[in-house]
Ligand binder design. Structure first.
Ligand code: SIN
Length: 483
């Protein structure tokens, strides 16, 4: 790495790089090799309270800065991330197993939220409402919500941080980021760049801990934290929501998914194969918006299975630092076991493995396609979070919609069709927060990311993103009528 200062092994609280008061640490492991690559502080609740106190103390001065000043800080931070994209991508790859090309993509994607919200900072407009009586004037202003906590996942070590802290910092709120125990290094590296960008002390804090539930509890229950934004599993999201009830904390929850990918008979089959491939195997199937179920209409079922199987066989697995490699390891043993269980269950219930199906070595698993999948299989209901693509069969548009919506989740969905009327009908009928129509990769800072049903609530990115980190205040001016 060119810039060794980016490799941090301490937490960042109140402008100071620090260890845990207890002195405890935990190890960070490279999932591709099993090597220990760093040790970082194992903070407990009392350490996290210090970060919250620092953020709370920094709030008044930070929110009173002009939007233009906050925008300039964010812009500097964005420029630094882009300048250091190779080092950030390297750290991301060695701690998460994400292949290098995808890590470089994530740095750019993650930084784009900071660029976007540096621009949005200056556009947090309010409203003037036509009044209901002559002597009054009604105005709406938007104000910073206060301290924001962000709990972020290992699958996007950078972008899930920036997507949350971007709007918070733009709106005038200090942040406390709990980085994942599997991948803390990228989060610490961008904390260092935030320091270099000039954020005042206490405005940007990053905590590391192996005890996520204890830290989560503090962030939920502490009354100084006014907003919590979490990306992770639905069961953990439900726990955080329960724990936040005592302080009636505002929440954004971006939780699990069970994304359907529907291929209609009128689809461009080649495009559908490519769309399914990139969506399914992004970060080895370990994203919340990865295709979980491929639903194919009976007339093109065999042709799709054949073409898709060929495409999956062509994926290159191996050294994650090699820019030619497309598929890396799974994050940990538990993830590998889940993949194996899903395949075993599907095969027992009649699925056919058309390619893959075996562990390679360490945490690497062959990209796998399962034909003849049915709704009775575990994989139809649970998020696989791994390199397994089950292909289901359907007869009619109505049946496809029913199958696609038959899940408690509602994050991302996709379908391929060349019939414009069908495109409208199906897009409106899918019970999901996001729909890709003839497109398998839909994430961008410009559009609202988020789900419905048990995939959570709140939207990140886009012109809507700031609203989730601001309070709306109504001002009623009386006695305005002429004397
Ligand atoms: C996620 O998997 O949680 C995020 C995926 C994305 O931003 O595209």
């Amino acid at each position: 790495m060119k810039e060794t200062n980016l490799l941090k092994n301490q937490a960042y609280i109140n402008g100071i790089w620090t260890g845990a008061a207890s002195g405890k640490t935990f190890e960070v492991t490279n999932p591709a090799t099993g090597e220990v690559i760093a040790t970082v502080p194992d903070l407990d609740r009392s350490d996290v309270q210090k970060a919250i106190d620092a953020a709370s103390a920094a709030w008044p001065a930070y929110r009173d800065r002009t939007a233009k000043e906050r925008a300039a800080l964010l812009r500097r931070w964005y420029d630094l991330m882009v300048e250091h994209k190779e080092e950030l991508a390297y750290l991301m790859t060695i701690e998460s197993g994400k292949v290098m090309t995808e890590s470089l993509g994530e740095v750019q994607y993650g930084a784009s939220f900071i660029e976007w919200f540096s621009e949005e900072a200056k556009r947090a407009y309010g409203d003037v409402i036509p009044a209901h009586s002559k002597d009054r004037r009604l105005v709406v202003i938007k104000q910073s919500i206060g301290v924001v906590a962000a709990i972020t996942p290992w699958n996007f070590p950078l972008a899930m941080i920036t997507r949350k802290v971007g709007p918070a910092l733009a709106a005038g709120s200090p942040v406390v980021v709990k980085v994942p125990s599997e991948t803390p290094l990228t989060g610490l590296a961008i904390a260092y760049l935030a320091e270099q960008a000039g954020f005042p002390k206490g405005v940007y804090n990053t905590v590391t801990s192996a005890n996520s539930s204890e830290v989560g509890k503090e962030l939920c229950e502490n009354k100084k934290v006014r907003k919590l934004s979490f990306t992770g599993s639905t069961p953990v999201g439900k726990i955080l929501m329960e724990q936040s009830a005592s302080s009636l904390k505002k929440l954004s929850l971006e939780l699990g998914g069970n994304a359907p990918f529907i291929v209609f008979e009128d689809a461009d089959l080649e495009a559908a194969v490519q769309g399914a491939l990139v969506s399914k195997f992004r970060h080895n199937g370990q994203t919340c918006v990865c295709v979980n179920r491929i639903l194919v209409q009976e007339g093109v079922y065999e042709a799709f299975v054949e073409k898709f199987t060929q495409a999956v066989r062509g994926l290159k697995t191996g050294n994650v630092l090699d820019k030619e490699v497309q598929v890396g390891p799974l994050i940990h043993q538990k993830a590998l076991k889940k993949v194996q269980e899903h395949i075993q269950d599907a095969v027992q219930k009649g699925a056919t493995v058309t390619t893959g199906g075996e562990k390679i070595e360490g945490l690497f698993f062959q990209p796998t396609v399962l034909a003849n999948a049915t709704p009775a299989m575990l994989i139809a209901r649970e998020e696989v979070f791994g390199p397994v693509a089950p292909i289901f069969r359907f007869k009619t548009e109505e049946e496809a919609i029913q199958m696609a919506n038959d899940t408690e989740y509602g994050l991302a969905s996709y379908f391929y069709s060349r019939d414009v009327n069908r495109c409208w009908r199906v897009a409106e009928a899918l019970e999901y927060g996001m729909v890709g129509i003839n497109e398998g990769l839909i994430s961008t800072e410009l559009a609202p990311f988020g789900g419905i049903k048990e995939s959570g609530f709140g939207r990140e990115g886009s012109k809507y993103g700031m609203d989730y980190f601001m309070e709306i205040k109504y001002l009623c001016f009386g006695g305005v009528a002429k004397q």
